[in-house]
Design a protein around this ligand. Structure first.
Ligand code: NDP
Ligand code: HSE
Length: 402
């Protein structure tokens, strides 16, 4: 029998226990032995829970038990998750995690520590919830030079944007609904302001380059400024609005960014709705491959953690190679990145907008007579910032995906 421990009995941690209970026979058939959750570490007790007798409060109970071969870290945050993960790896116990905050900030170090100790630090659930994306990058796509990864990487914000478009419901109501469904982070600012998607694209960028894409270097903008009216404008120009995260390599180096973008209704990412996420990987031989599934939620995420556990149990004493060194990649200066912009403006007239921005394509909505919108030509972020200051009545801008 393979025995594991779960650190943090919240949404994902309790999902792990449920996945192992419900699919226990099937999992046992696949690994050749029964998988049992021997311990659950949490701050609280869970009286009445069928697994209440497994709950412990002292990490040493787990680390000193030679029967435990794998630890699932689903507490989240930096500390004590970082300390516990390091100690588990040093005790030669593999760690499987959904904690993208920790993976993005210490992934290279923890992988290295796992290698030194002949075990694994696996993090399939840290990006895209239940979507298999880490394993494809580490196995199926290893013959490729991956030159771009772009995706919808946050379930909470995709849920909010989808419902804002279809129901025109207020932002606060939609966030509350996402929280009730177990999608949002403990501090939902991480979802709303794009920090969560930023950490996830940093992880994917690090796997793409084999070096560290530092999340602190990534230009990040969230969706707190997006309103139902923006969707009316987006629709008028044949687009929709999605929070996209991207990392790409071109002739001048690497670019990484997270921002809400207007993207054509024809773009496959435009049709990804609700809590679903999707990731498009562009390789130099295969071209585009796309990965789709539930980006957040208890069972989808837990299933991805359990798949990592099964991998560890099936290959005891083996370290799965994952190339991610501590060397930091220099990212392109975001002010030089070029795009077209959609601009909403009050009071100023078309002529003034044209004088400031040059050739523009105006968009008017009958329901918003006090303002108008327009699409600019392609320009750099720095050029746009200069022009924006000269436009009276500027309300907001949203970048348009090329
Ligand atoms: P929850 O807040 O639901 O669960 C975390 C659990 O860990 C809580 O029970 C918490 O207890 C417990 N905990 C916190 N600190 C400690 C500690 N020091 N010792 C023991 N237990 C502790 O979070 P989620 O399950 O939603 O998320 C867990 C991780 O997975 C996070 O990193 C999150 O970003 C990630 N994730 C979440 C997804 C989701 O859909 N929810 C999807 C993908 C990844 P208490 O409540 O008492 O503080
Ligand atoms: N809060 C995250 C999201 C959880 O909404 O995508 C999954 O990582």
């Amino acid at each position: 029998m393979a025995k594991i421990a779960v650190l943090g009995y919240g949404t994902v941690g309790s999902g792990i226990v449920e996945v192992i209970s419900r699919n226990g026979d099937l999992i046992a058939g696949r690994i050749g032995e029964t998988l049992e959750v021997k311990y659950i570490l949490d701050i609280r007790d869970f009286p009445g829970d069928p697994f209440a007798d497994r709950v412990v409060h002292d990490i040493d109970v787990i680390l000193q038990d030679p029967e435990i071969s794998v630890v699932c870290e689903t507490m989240g945050g930096q500390q004590p998750a970082f300390e516990f993960s390091k100690r588990a790896l040093c005790a030669k116990k593999s760690v499987c995690t959904s904690n993208k905050e920790l993976v993005a900030s210490h992934g290279a170090e923890l992988i290295e520590l796992a290698k030194e100790n002949g075990c694994n630090y696996l993090f399939e659930a840290s990006v895209g919830g239940g979507i298999p994306i880490i394993r494809p990058l580490n196995t199926s796509l290893t013959a490729e030079r991956v030159v771009e990864i772009t995706g919808i990487l946050n379930g909470t914000t995709n849920y909010i944007l989808t419902k804002m478009k279809s129901e025109k419901a207020p932002f606060s109501d939609l966030l509350r609904r996402a929280q009730e469904k177990g999608y949002a982070e403990r501090n939902p600012e991480a979802d709303i302001e794009g920090y969560d998607a930023c950490r996830k694209i940093a992880i994917l960028g690090s796997l793409m380059t084999g070096k560290t894409v530092d999340y602190r270097d990534i230009y990040t903008e969230g969706i707190s400024d997006i309103a139902p009216e923006d969707f009316a404008y987006a629709q008028a120009i044949g687009t929709t609005i999605k929070l996209l995260a991207t990392v790409k390599e071109d002739a001048d180096g690497y670019l990484a960014a997270v921002a809400p973008l207007m993207l054509s209704d024809e773009n496959p990412l435009a049709g990804i709705n609700n809590v679903f996420n999707a990731i498009v990987v562009h390789g130099n031989m295969q071209g585009e491959t796309m990965y789709y599934g539930k980006g957040a939620g208890k069972l989808a995420t837990a299933s991805a953690v359990v798949a990592d556990v099964i991998d560890c149990v099936k290959h005891p004493g083996k370290h799965v190679i994952c190339l991610w060194s501590k060397e930091r990649i220099a990212l392109k200066d975001f002010s030089k990145v070029r795009s077209k912009f959609f601009v909403r403006t009050a009071i100023s007239d078309l002529e003034t907008a044209g004088e400031v921005f040059g050739r523009i394509e105006p968009v008017r909505l009958a329901q918003l007579p006090e303002e108008f919108g327009f699409v600019t030509q392609e320009m750099s972020e720095a050029e746009f910032a200069q022009k924006q200051q000269k436009l009276p009545g500027f309300l907001k801008r949203i970048r348009i995906k090329d």
